[in-house]
Design a binder for this molecule. Structure first.
Ligand SMILES: NC(=O)c1ccc[n+]([C@@H]2O[C@H](COP(=O)([O-])OP(=O)(O)OC[C@H]3O[C@@H](n4cnc5c(N)ncnc54)[C@H](O)[C@@H]3O)[C@@H](O)[C@H]2O)c1
Length: 347
C-alpha cells in the first residue's frame, strides 16, 4: 500500500508511520513541524521522530502544511490510505488563539478530504477525532464522588457512547474545530462515497510522546517524575480518564482498514477497564521510578470533564477491537523509554 500520514512527526503519526513501514508498505509523512516550534524544543521533539523515521526503509519525509491543498493533491493522488493526524492539538492554545486552531483543524481536515475526493485512487481516510466532540454535555451526566475519584452514575457505567449528543453545549475552540473535521469525515462518506474512519480518541499515551502540561499530560507526568520536576494538577486530581496505549490505537485503525467496512465512527479509548484517576497515575509512576515530584494544585480548566470514560463496545462489535495493554504495562513501557532517552529531556 501507499500510506500517507499527515502530522507524521508527531506522537501518533510517528507510530502509524513506523507500523506501516515495518509491515513493508510505502509511507509518505507530511508535517510542518509546528508542534516542535510551539514547544520551543525543535531539536528535541520533531528532530527525534523525524530522524527516527528517516532511518526506516520505505519512509519518505515531506515538510509541508495541510492548510495548503496544492501540496496535498499530488501526495494523496495514488495513495491507498491517508491517516490524518496533523492538528493543533492543545485545548489551551486554542483558547489563547483560535485562528491557527481553526485553520489547521477545520480547513486542514477539509483539504485532506478534498485531496482524497479528487484523487484517482480514492484512498480511505482515517481521522483522529477526539472525545472533546461531546463537549461539556459530559459534565451534565453528573458524577459520584468516591473519595479518591469521580465516577459516572450507573446509567453511564460503561461510558459515553458514540450516539451521545454533541449539540447544545460548550466545546472550546479546539472541540469545535475537531468536531468540524469529524462531521466532514461523515459527510464525505455519505455524499461522495469516500471510505472514512472517524476515531474519537481518549487520552493516548506511549513512547516518543513529548508531553507537556497543555497536551499529553500522561507523558508529561512520567517525564516530570523521572526528572524530579514539579507537577501541577488542574483540579483536585480525582478526575478520571480512560487511557489507551498508542499501539492499541494503531491496531484499531488497522482493524478498520482490514474490515471491509465503508465507514465507521467509533470511540477508541481504554474504556471502563482502563479508567484511572490522574492522582493514581502519579502514584503508579512514583512506585515504578522510586521518585516523587513536588505536586501543586490549580483551578479546573474551562470545560474540563470530571470524568471521561469511552463506551468502547461499538469498536469491539464492528471492528473486533479492544485494548490489550493494561495501564500498568503501558506506563512501564513509557517509563522505560523515557529513562533510556533521559538525556533529550534534560537538554
Ligand atoms: N494524543 C492524544 O491523547 C489525542 C487524543 C485525542 C485526539 N488526538 C488527536 O490525534 C492527533 C495526533 O495527536 P498527537 O498527540 O500525535 O499530536 P502531536 O502534536 O504530537 O502531532 C501532531 C503533528 O501535526 C503537525 N502539524 C500541526 N499543524 C500542522 C499543519 N498545519 N500541517 C502539517 N502538520 C501539522 C505537528 O507538527 C505535529 O507533528 C491530533 O489530530 C489530535 O487532535 C490526540
Amino acid at each position: 500500500m501507499i500510506v500517507v500520514v499527515t502530522g507524521g512527526a508527531g506522537f501518533v503519526g510517528s507510530h502509524i508511520a513506523e507500523h506501516y513501514a515495518k509491515s513493508g508498505h510505502s509511507v509518505r509523512v507530511i508535517d510542518n513541524l509546528s508542534r516542535a516550534r510551539l514547544l520551543g524544543r525543535e531539536n528535541v521533539t520533531f528532530d527525534f521522530n523525524w530522524r527516527f523515521l528517516s532511518e526506516m526503509d520505505g519512509v519518505q519525509l515531506i515538510r509541508g502544511d495541510v492548510r495548503d491543498l496544492d501540496t496535498l493533491i499530488p501526495l494523496v493522488d495514488d495513495a491507498d490510505v491517508v491517516f490524518h493526524t496533523a492538528a493543533q492539538t492543545a485545548v489551551t492554545t486554542s483558547l489563547v488563539d483560535p485562528v491557527p486552531d481553526f485553520s489547521t483543524n477545520a480547513l486542514g481536515t477539509f483539504n485532506v478530504l478534498e485531496a482524497a475526493r479528487r484523487a484517482s485512487k480514492k484512498p480511505a481516510v482515517i481521522y483522529c477525532s477526539t472525545n472533546k466532540v461531546y463537549g461539556d454535555n459530559v459534565n451534565r451526566i453528573g458524577t459520584i464522588d468516591r473519595g479518591d475519584r469521580y465516577e459516572f452514575p450507573e446509567s453511564f457505567r460503561l461510558g459515553v457512547p458514540e450516539t451521545f449528543s454533541t449539540d447544545l453545549c460548550e466545546h472550546t475552540p479546539y472541540g469545535c474545530s475537531k468536531l468540524t473535521g469529524d462531521m466532514y469525515m461523515q459527510d464525505y462518506a455519505g455524499t461522495f462515497g469516500l471510505r472514512t474512519g472517524v476515531f474519537r480518541m481518549s487520552c493516548i499515551y506511549g513512547t516518543r510522546q513529548f508531553g507537556l502540561e497543555d497536551q499529553g499530560w500522561l507523558a508529561w507526568f512520567a517525564i516530570a517524575t523521572i526528572l524530579g520536576k514539579p507537577i501541577r494538577i488542574d483540579g483536585d486530581g480525582k478526575q478520571v480518564r480512560d487511557v489507551l496505549f498508542v499501539t492499541d490505537l494503531v491496531d484499531a485503525y488497522d482493524k478498520f482498514l482490514k474490515s471491509g467496512l465503508d465507514h465507521v465512527v467509533v470511540n477508541v479509548g481504554g474504556g471502563p477497564g482502563n479508567a484511572v484517576p490522574i492522582m493514581h497515575v502519579i502514584e503508579l509512576l512514583q512506585e515504578m521510578t522510586g521518585k516523587k515530584s513536588p505536586i501543586s494544585y490549580a483551578d479546573w480548566r474551562p470545560s474540563d470533564q470530571k470524568v471521561f470514560v469511552s463506551d468502547i463496545r461499538k469498536a469491539k462489535r464492528v471492528l473486533g477491537w479492544e485494548p490489550k495493554v493494561s495501564v500498568k504495562q503501558g506506563l512501564e513501557r513509557m517509563v522505560e523509554w523515557i529513562q533510556a532517552h533521559k538525556g533529550i529531556f534534560e537538554a
